[in-house]
Every structure is written in structure tokens, then in C-alpha cells.
Design a protein around this ligand. Sequence first.
Ligand code: PLP
Length: 214
Amino acid sequence: MSDAATRLAAVRATIDQAAHVAGRKPEDVTLVAVSKNRPAEAIEELIAAGQRDFGESRVQEAMAKWPDLRDRHPDIRLHMIGRLQSNKAKEAAGLFDVIHSLDRASLRDALVEAGWSGPTYVQVNIGEEEQKGGVPLAELPAFLAALRDTPLAFAGLMGIPPAGVEASPYFALLAKLARRHDVTRLSMGMSGDLRSAVMLGATVVRVGTALFED
Ligand SMILES: *Cc1c(COP(=O)(O)O)cnc(C)c1O
């Protein structure tokens, strides 16, 4: 196996094991390989190993890397996981298959305007951090209610716990919000906190470092 294939198998095994422990089906957890700041050659290795879902956090970088890769691999699904500027909504709509970072009304309106029709996750500011994106907890009910009046395809909730502290209480919070709002899909968990995210209900994990670095 290539190094990339070995790392992919290890990450997938972690996900599968956590799912089993939690009484969940491993196939209910989608692994998104976060390829921001990674060159096309490293991405090709993961594609060769069978990975098909990839995540990028900047439109500019994704526009530079992905059109070529997609031409070669038409079955790739590309996920936008970073903060999206409203003036990039149109470009994003043309390039990505899934957006994980809808976090404000102006972006919602820009995506509608751009004709975006893919699955769209609402990012929640679960740590109530000022510098982080995400709908504030107090505004989430109204934001989700207003979203139902748009043509956007609401897919689920996304959250990024604060750095440097135990992540599981934040995952539990996001899972609780999902239950409260009848949402079944949860985008949460990264290289360092993958296991607890899956145990607490993640249906999508976004993993960079563990897939690209030894
Ligand atoms: C970079 C990034 C990840 C991946 O983080 P790793 O720790 O490298 O696995 C996941 N989600 C978002 C939103 C990111 O920006």
C-alpha cells in the first residue's frame, strides 16, 4: 500500500471502530479529506487509494487546484468547509457539491441569488467564539426557520469546537441542537477529535492532517 492508502485505512478504521462502539453503522459516516494547502500530487494519491470526498476552505485555492483534478476524476464530491465570502458565492456554486459553512443571512441570500442547489449545512458557533464563523446559538432557531422559506437544500448542522479544550461537550451540544430541530446530519470532527465526534453522532467528519501527514 502507498503511505496515503495506509493513512486512509487507519482513519477509516478509527471511524468504523467508533461507530461500532456507539451502535452506529460505519457507512453512515462520510469521510471528507480536507485538502487545503495540499498539492495536487498528494490529493491524487488519496484518490488512487479510493477517497472521493474532498474539502477545501478557500474558493481561490480550490479554483486553482480542482478543475483539473475533476476532469480526471468526474466522480469526486467537493465540499466547501471554510468561511465563504458572499462575493464568491457564484464561483463556489459552480465548483462545489456541498457547502458546510452557511453562517449568515447575507451569504444565504447570495447563495440563493447564485442559484446554488446543493446540500447546505448551517455552521453553528458552538463555542460562542467571537473570531469564529457560525450562527450564534441564540439566533439558530430564527435562522433555520427563515432558511425553510428559501429554495436552499438544508442538509444539517456543522460545528468547530474551540481549540485546545476537550471537544466532546461541544459535539454533544451540536447533537442536541440537531435533535431539537429535527436534523439528522452533523458535520463535526477533525483529525484530533474524530473518535468522540463519531461516538456523539457525526455523519460527516472533516479530516486533513491524519490523511496527509505521517
Ligand atoms: C482544516 C480544517 C479541518 C481539518 O483539520 P485537521 O485537524 O487537519 O484534520 C476540518 N474542518 C475545517 C473547517 C478546517 O478548516
